[in-house]
Design a protein around this ligand. Structure first.
Ligand code: MN
Length: 363
């Protein structure tokens, strides 16, 4: 993959500026690995993890007061806050705004001091996680690259097939990381994930899941400072989070299986879960791997409603469509064909609609 030359030039310009600089990154494995690659090169970035592209009022005020030399967003769909971005860019005319993102776009980002790159602009079907975007940019800009960090981000976002060239680069620098992880990786999923490198991705994911923003910062610091993968995976706080996640997952899975409502005829199963950790998506993935043909719905109480994760690993049912249609007027939902999410205030209604749609689609 060759990143656009203008983006590469803009990144080089950002790196040359003296600072202060801000780096907003998505609070997930891909976002953290994206940020880590930039921070290893440039310590003048102040990294800030975000759960979504939304900036708080305080963050906006801080930016306008600090007037950073550059504001970089990685793995965040900033086009969704286009108005806010335009306002910031106008208030800070000397600041370079650089956005590297790979989510489905809703707005084009343009402006005198705004530069953005989303591989979907060139190819709507492209699936290039942001840690790969950063890696490709740094590779052509002839800066030092760290393939294993990019590899962790790519695996975290399931981009290991679309960015196989990054795993090839890991194979050259650290061939041992593509060996099966054996017992280490007992949390990892299908065979593509059972490598030592994938265990690294699981450590980052565990820190974020168990300790939220603090865990994200732990993982980022470990990625930035580790001289090698082997040092990174020994980070005590990450290992502790991994063990805690493993214990919690085991308990939650056992409880969920006990309370499952299974409809054999429509090949669908509903599972309630309870946990203080955000486990719905992970549990949904693990159960759907056991029953790839079945439509799986995991629900967890959240605020005044339920957070739902939907899966159909075999792609027999389009769960993105199901989530969207069953949540009309009682919440919102959507996502991909095989994996989707929803938030609904009326679980019973959502449940009944899901059964009705599945019945209709089966006919
Ligand atoms: Mn991502």
């Amino acid at each position: 993959m060759n990143p656009p030359i203008l983006i590469r030039m803009k990144l080089v310009e950002v790196l040359r500026r003296p600072g202060p600089k801000r780096l907003f990154y998505h609070r997930d494995t891909d976002g953290t690995a994206s940020a880590a690659q930039l921070l290893r090169l440039d310590k003048t970035f102040r990294p800030v993890p975000l759960e979504s592209a939304n900036l708080t009022k305080a963050q906006i005020t801080e930016l306008t007061e600090e007037k950073p030399q550059a504001v970089v967003f990685v793995d965040l769909p900033v086009d969704q806050i286009n108005d806010v971005l335009q306002g910031l860019a106008a208030a800070l005319p000397e600041t370079i705004f650089l956005i590297l993102d790979h989510h489905i776009m809703t707005n084009q980002l343009t402006g005198k001091n705004i530069t953005s790159w989303n591989p979907r602009q060139q190819d709507p079907e492209a699936y290039i996680p942001s840690s790969a975007q950063v890696y490709y940019l740094l590779k052509v800009a002839e800066k030092q690259t760290v393939p294993w960090i990019a590899g962790i981000g790519v695996i975290g976002d399931y981009g290991h097939t679309t960015c196989a060239d990054i795993l090839d680069d890991v194979k050259e620098t650290d061939p041992q990381l593509l060996q099966p992880a054996g017992e280490l990786a007992d949390l990892t999923r299908d065979s593509a994930f059972q490598t030592t490198l994938a265990f690294g991705a699981e450590l980052v994911n565990a820190a974020i899941t168990v300790k939220g923003a603090d865990g994200t910062e732990d993982a980022l610091a470990a990625l930035v400072t580790a001289p090698a993968f082997e040092v990174f995976v020994k980070t005590p706080s990450l290992r502790a989070a991994y063990d805690a996640l493993k214990r919690e997952l085991k308990n939650v899975m056992t409880a969920a299986e006990k309370k499952a409502e299974i409809n054999e005829e429509l090949n669908v199963a509903f599972y309630p879960i309870e946990s203080t950790m955000s486990l719905a998506a992970t549990v949904a993935t693990l159960i759907s791997e056991k029953y790839p043909d079945r439509t799986i719905l995991i629900r967890k109480r959240s605020g005044n409603g339920f957070k739902v994760s939907l899966r159909n690993q075999a792609g027999r049912i389009n769960v993105g469509e199901l989530a969207k249609r069953a949540s009309i007027d009682i919440g919102s939902g959507g996502g991909h064909e095989k994996a989707a999410g929803a938030f609904v205030v009326d679980w019973e209604e959502f449940h009944d609609r899901v059964l009705a749609f599945l019945e209709e689609w089966q006919r």
